[in-house]
Design a binder for this molecule. Sequence first.
Ligand code: ADP
Ligand code: MG
Length: 446
Amino acid sequence: MIKLLKNLGKKECIFAIICLSLVIVQVWLELKMPDYMSEITVLVQTEGSKMQEILKNGGYMLLCAFGSLISAIIVGFFASKIAATFSMKVRKKLFTKVENLAINEIKKFSTSSLITRTTNDITQIQMVIAMGLQVSIRAPITAVWAVTKILHKNWQWSALTGIGVLVLISVIAILMVIVIPRFKIVQKLIDKINGVTRENLTGIRVVRAFNAEKYQENKFEEVNNKLTNQQLFNQKVFSVLSPTMYLVMYFLTLSIYFVGAYMIKDAGMADKIGLFGDMVVFSSYGMQVIMSFLMIAMILMMLPRAQVSAGRINEVLDTEISIKDGNVNSNLTNEKGTVEFKNVSFKYPDGEEYVLKDISFKANKGETVAFIGSTGSGKSTLINLIPRFYDVTDGEILVDGVNVKDYTQSFLRNKIGYISQRAVIFNDTVNANIAYRRKWKRKNFK
Ligand SMILES: Nc1ncnc2c1ncn2[C@@H]1O[C@H](COP(=O)(O)OP(=O)(O)O)[C@@H](O)[C@H]1O
Ligand SMILES: [Mg+2]
């Protein structure tokens, strides 16, 4: 996760600092409000106090609330901006990486998983960044600030708040232990859903020709049900959280007032009003403390899921690309238009048997060379070795007298005209498909 966060640029860091400062302002304003509240309480209780004084304090409270609202909006704006920029950068990095992966490396991850990782997994992290910037800084500050404000006031009330926090933390801890291991499963199931969907779409003709719709549906339903159940379970577990929070909050208020009532009863006449004011303030700080602990908990719960996603993204980004670029990007020899195989043997990275064994031949410029053989004899495999879709296991292939491994891949592939067995049509006009690459080149290098 931290490693991925390094993708954030200087600009985003500055935005983050702005967020942080504004959050501090926000917390300060919010914690200021109970002070005014307490003054108003005292004013109301004191005989002969002026209406104007109360209005003045009320006005300050309104100003605080408005200021806090404004800074919350600005923080939200910057946080979203940072998170979205982060996503964009990582998505681009991932896309470029996948473009350069060797075919067997793509196969190892599976296409559907790579799609999930480029979309859903990045979104998970984006959400945590956006939430995190707004809450993870704010909550601890509020908690610490509010705690320091209430601690010296009254030990009974502080103890009550402490118990409330403790109850909340225990509930959250239990929930986390239950839910965290399931996040990994959820991401894997999303891969699977993508996989089945993709397979069904690419194979739709076969599915229809064999009347296999029902079979496919069952396949889909199985994964779909698994995912739904898994997510339902997580949601159910989380649904405990909100009632617990309200229970703790209201119980806390209730007990503060309960304890307070006795204290006021026992207090001397002069202290009664002050104590009452304190009580109002205290219960509102107590709320703040509980709320901020809850927010910390929410982040702590989102974090593991984002962590899982970050791991999946890093797995792709850290993959060592097995087909390495050479550095020859000009013609080194006088040969032109030649392809030579020298004792080439090849087996697929995931295969046991050699598909090609000790093949040697040379094709010169102007010659037409054909490979004849039964299905599965290795004709396509042999051709795919020339543009380095795979690298030979033994031996070497020379194009224009130079080993294909020594060329840069773009220079090598520029030398080769390739018509693939299966036509791929890109989502574009007929013109653009026929002039694929040529058109793109014209647009970019004009
Ligand atoms: N991507 C792959 N991974 C593993 N084995 C493969 C792969 N592609 C083809 N093969 C195997 O390699 C052999 C040769 O396949 P291929 O070159 O496609 O034959 P041809 O084009 O002559 O019909 C076959 O046994 C096939 O099963
Ligand atoms: Mg073939």
